[in-house]
Design a protein around this ligand. Structure first.
Ligand code: GDP
Ligand code: IMO
Ligand code: MG
Length: 434
C-alpha cells in the first residue's frame, strides 16, 4: 500500500493539480501540508474547470477524503468561498474535508501588513500573491499566531485577538499604514467563520494515523515548488513554508516512515511568478510564445508568468532536496512546433562552471546559463496518450532531460485534460499506482 508525495520541482504551477486529480482515484485520502490560498491548482474535467486553492484536488473524485494539515495557513473567508463554489458545482464537500485544529488563521491585518511591507521603499519586493500568507507564518513562528483550535475556543479567542490587535496597531503606526480596521467587526466576523468551519475541524494527525493504520492509501499534494521553499528556494524570493518533501511530515504530523516515494512534477520548460532570479528566463517573442501556448497566466492573481527554458541544474538541486523516484513531465505539447529548444545544462559564473546551486540570489541573477540547443520535432505531442506515438524528437528531448538529471520519467502530460497523459508502464510511478 503505497503513500506517495507529489511535489512541484521548479517555481510552482508545474501542473500538480492535474496530476493529483488524475491519480487521486487510486488513493483514499489526499492531504495538503503547507501553503494557503496562494496556491492555484487547475483541474480540467471535460468542459468544467476548477481552480483549487486550499482544498486538495482529490475532492473532485467522489468519495475521496481530503485533509488540510496543520502546516497550512487558512483564510476562513477564502476557504468558505471555495467550499461554496465547489458545492455549487455539485462537488460533495460535507463529510469529505478534514481540517487541522492546529492550522493557523489568516486575518485581514496580515494582508494589510503584507501590502505595506511590500511597498516599503528600499525593501526588496518579493511580488507575493498578497494573500497574507507570509505575515501569518511570521505570527506562527513568533508564537503569537491564532490557530483554528484557538478560534473555536470562545474562552481565549477574544484575549488572544486583543493582544494581536494591540500589537498590529503599533506596527501599523510604525509602518505608516493609513488603512484602519475595525477589530470588533473582524472579531465578530471570525466568530461566525469559526461556527461555519467547526464541523470540518479535527486533529488531522490522528485522522491520518488511523487511516494509515487501517491500510488506507494517502496521496500528499504539494503546493508551490522546491525553488519557492523557505529553506531551499531562491531566498528571499520564496514563499513562507516548506514546499519540499520534509514539509509533508511537519505539515501533517505524519512520520517519514509512512512516505513510500516522492514524485516531482516538472514543466517541460520553466515559469515563475513574482520577483527573484530566473536563470533561464526567455525574453521577447520567445517568452511570449511560451506564455501564449502554455496559457501562462497566474491562476490566483492572473499575473503573466515569466517564462523560460528547461533548467537542468535547478532540477538536479530539486532532486537533491527531494529524491524523486520518477519525474512527471508536463506541458510537453507547449513545445510542439519549435525548431530548436534551448536546455540549460550548467551555470557559468565569472568564467567558471558552477557546481551545485548558489545560495545567493545575487549570484543566481548573474549566472550565465550554458545552453544545449536541442532539436525540436515535427508533428504534435498534444493529446498523445501512447509513448510510441510521440514524435522521435520529443522522445529524444525527454530522454535527454531524464539522463541529465539521472531520474526516470514516470509520466508525461500532453494536455490539460485527465486523459492527455502517458504513464510509463515500467516506472516506479506506474508500479506504485497499481
Ligand atoms: P499547479 O499549481 O502546479 O497545479 O499548476 P497550475 O494549475 O497553476 O498551472 C498549470 C496549468 O497548465 C493549468 O492551467 C493546467 O490546466 C495546465 N496544464 C497542466 N498540464 C498540462 C499539459 O500537459 N499541457 C497543457 N497544455 N496544459 C497543461
Ligand atoms: P502553486 O501551488 C507559483 C510565489 C509568489 C511570490 C512568492 C511569495 O499554484 O504552484 P506568497 O504569496 O506565497 O508569500 O508569495 O511565491 N507563489 C507561487 N508561484 N505558484 C504558486 O502556487 C505560488 N504560491 C506562491 O508569486 O513570488
Ligand atoms: Mg498554480
Amino acid at each position: 500500500m503505497a503513500n506517495v508525495v507529489i511535489l512541484g520541482t521548479q517555481w510552482g504551477d508545474e501542473g500538480k493539480g492535474k496530476i493529483v486529480d488524475l491519480i487521486a482515484d487510486r488513493f483514499d485520502v489526499v492531504a495538503r501540508a503547507q501553503g494557503g490560498h496562494n496556491a492555484g491548482h487547475t483541474v480540467r474535467i471535460g468542459d468544467k474547470k476548477f481552480i483549487l486553492k486550499l482544498i486538495p484536488s482529490g475532492i473532485l473524485r467522489p468519495g475521496k477524503k481530503v485533509v488540510i494539515g496543520n502546516g497550512v495557513v487558512i483564510d476562513p473567508a477564502a476557504l468558505l468561498l471555495e467550499i461554496e463554489t465547489l458545492e455549487e458545482a455539485g462537488v460533495e464537500v460535507a463529510g469529505n474535508v478534514f481540517i487541522s485544529n492546529r492550522a493557523h488563521v489568516i486575518f485581514p491585518y496580515h494582508r494589510m501588513m503584507e501590502k505595506a511591507t511590500e511597498q516599503t521603499p528600499g525593501k526588496v519586493r518579493i511580488g507575493t500573491t498578497s494573500r497574507g500568507i507570509g505575515p501569518s507564518y511570521e505570527d506562527k513562528v513568533g508564537r503569537r499566531g491564532i490557530r483554528l483550535a484557538d478560534m473555536l475556543n470562545g474562552d481565549t479567542f477574544r484575549e488572544q485577538f486583543q493582544a494581536n490587535a494591540v500589537e498590529k496597531n503599533l506596527l501599523a503606526k510604525a509602518l505608516q499604514i493609513e488603512e484602519t480596521w475595525d477589530f470588533d467587526a473582524i472579531y465578530d466576523e471570525y466568530l461566525g467563520f469559526a461556527e461555519r468551519l467547526r464541523p470540518y475541524v479535527c486533529d488531522t494527525a490522528v485522522y491520518l494515523q488511523d487511516a494509515l493504520r487501517g491500510g488506507k492509501r494517502v496521496l500528499f499534494e504539494g503546493a508551490q515548488g522546491t525553488m519557492l521553499d523557505i529553506d531551499h528556494g531562491t531566498y528571499p524570493f520564496v514563499t513562507s513554508s516548506n514546499a519540499t518533501a520534509g514539509g509533508v511530515c511537519t505539515g501533517l504530523g505524519v512520520s517519514p516512515v509512512h512516505v513510500d516515494a516522492v514524485f516531482g512534477i516538472v514543466k517541460a520548460y520553466v515559469t515563475r511568478v513574482g520577483g527573484g532570479p530566473f536563470q533561464t528566463e526567455a525574453e521577447g517573442d520567445a517568452a511570449q510564445r511560451l506564455r501564449d501556448q502554455g496559457g501562462e497566466y497566474g491562476s490566483v492573481t492572473g499575473r503573466p508568468r515569466r517564462c523560460g527554458w528547461f533548467d537542468v541544474p535547478l532540477l538536479r538541486y530539486s532532486n537533491t532536496i527531494n529524491s524523486f523516484a520518477s519525474l512527471i513531465v508536463t506541458k510537453l505539447d507547449v513545445l510542439d512546433g519549435l525548431e530548436t529548444i534551448p536546455v540549460c545544462t550548467a551555470y557559468r559564473y565569472k568564467g567558471e562552471v558552477l557546481k551545485g546551486m548558489p545560495a545567493l540570489s545575487d549570484v543566481l541573477e548573474a549566472v550565465e546559463p550554458v545552453y544545449d540547443e536541442r532539436p525540436g520535432w515535427q508533428g504534435a505531442t498534444a493529446g498523445v496518450t501512447d509513448y510510441d506515438a510521440l514524435p522521435e524528437g520529443a522522445k529524444d528531448y525527454l530522454r535527454f532531460l531524464s539522463d541529465q538529471v539521472d531520474v526516470e520519467i514516470g509520466a508525461i502530460s500532453t494536455g490539460p485534460e485527465r486523459d492527455e497523459t502517458i504513464l510509463m508502464p515500467d516506472s516506479t510511478l506506474a508500479k506504485l499506482l497499481k
